[in-house]
Design a protein around this ligand. Structure first.
Ligand SMILES: [Zn+2]
Length: 332
């Protein structure tokens, strides 16, 4: 069987071919190269096919600002030569993520993926450029600094040289954080009250503002969703499925309620009537037809739900358990 790109690359650079728990969630070549942890995979960024290179250096050893490092890499003659390019594309340039302990570099391609030899040349050029301004990692554990048996591991989205003691302790911390969250009480009643309050408040505000400014600010829907989700979260303490469902329902109700309020005020204006329940009841049968007569009704609902989902996502339980996958000591 012909070996795969990442396997061939691993062989060329004396790295380890990895398939499980890699930083990219897909097969890659990973290990230490000249003391710098690297991982390389043929994959995709959004929908763009790309050779992805993660390169780590010693934390705090970078002699320039990360943004400057990215700029240097993007314009390095050796790197461009390895990629056989005159200059990097705008998207590739933007995709360089530089931090104080490593970089993520992309080589985008459309038809022919870079060959393993080409990928190896790029890794060498990148490390050559990094060497001038950042140090390789040391043998000691990067977390505790003791010179016990540290081992290069793939941890979630990065590579870390870490000892078994630290791995155990961090795993324990993750477990405890999750337990602490699970053990937190949930208060559906208070969450419902807070959510309904926020829904009524934002609906009146949304309708009132639209009426007084004579226009509807669609993105205001996002603020409604954010406000309601935040209130439900605060009230409940720990949000469960009920809280999530309630948030979405309340957001839809608040956006539509606000639109109704706006139409009610506008109708009173136009018909020269006062804002009465009688007018509301005459308006009600036509409301849905007017609301969804153009795209703005749908759009404001969509924005509202987006806002709510954002908060729910930001407030999700700490399920991120760090998984340590040892890469082994590849020959440097
Ligand atoms: Zn340690």
């Amino acid at each position: 069987m012909a070996s795969k790109n990442y396997e061939e690359l691993a062989q060329i650079l004396s790295l380890t071919p990895m398939t499980q728990g890699t930083p990219f969630k897909k097969a890659c070549a990973a290990g230490l190269f000249d003391g710098y942890p690297v991982a390389i995979a043929w994959g995709a960024r959004q929908k763009q096919a790309s050779l992805m290179i993660l390169l780590r250096f010693k934390k705090g050893s970078l002699k320039v600002a990360p943004a400057l490092l990215a700029e240097r890499l993007a314009t390095s003659a050796q790197i461009l030569a390895a990629m056989e390019k005159k200059k990097l594309g705008g998207a590739e340039r933007k995709a360089i993520a530089a931090a104080t302990d490593g970089i993520l570099f992309h080589w985008d391609y459309s038809f022919r993926p870079p060959k393993p030899e080409q990928a190896a040349a790029l890794v060498r050029a990148l490390i050559g450029a990094i060497k001038e301004i950042a140090s390789p990692i040391e043998a000691a554990c990067e977390v505790c600094g003791t010179t016990s048996m540290a081992e290069l591991c793939s941890v979630n989205h990065t590579l870390l040289n870490v000892c078994s003691g630290c791995r155990q302790r961090m795993g324990e911390e993750d477990r405890r954080a999750l337990e602490e969250y699970e053990g937190r009480p949930s208060n559906p009643l208070l969450g419902t009250a807070a959510g309904v309050g926020a829904a009524v408040g934002t609906a009146l505000l949304w309708g009132g503002v639209a009426y007084s400014m004579h226009r509807i600010f669609l993105w205001g829907g996002i603020l409604i969703g954010l406000a309601i989700a935040w209130s439900v979260n605060k009230g409940m303490g720990k949000v469960n499925l009920y809280g999530r469902g309630l948030t979405v329902v309340l957001t839809v109700a608040a956006v539509m309620g606000g639109d109704f309020f706006f139409m009610w005020l506008s109708a009173a204006d136009e018909l020269n009537e006062s804002v009465t329940l009688d007018l509301a009841s005459r308006l009600a049968p036509h409301f849905l037809a007017i609301e969804f007569s153009d795209s703005s009704g749908w759009l404001s609902l969509l924005f509202g739900v987006l806002g709510a989902v954002f908060i729910l996502y930001a407030n999700r339980p700490p399920s991120i358990k760090r998984d340590f996958v040892p890469i082994g000591r590849a020959a440097a």
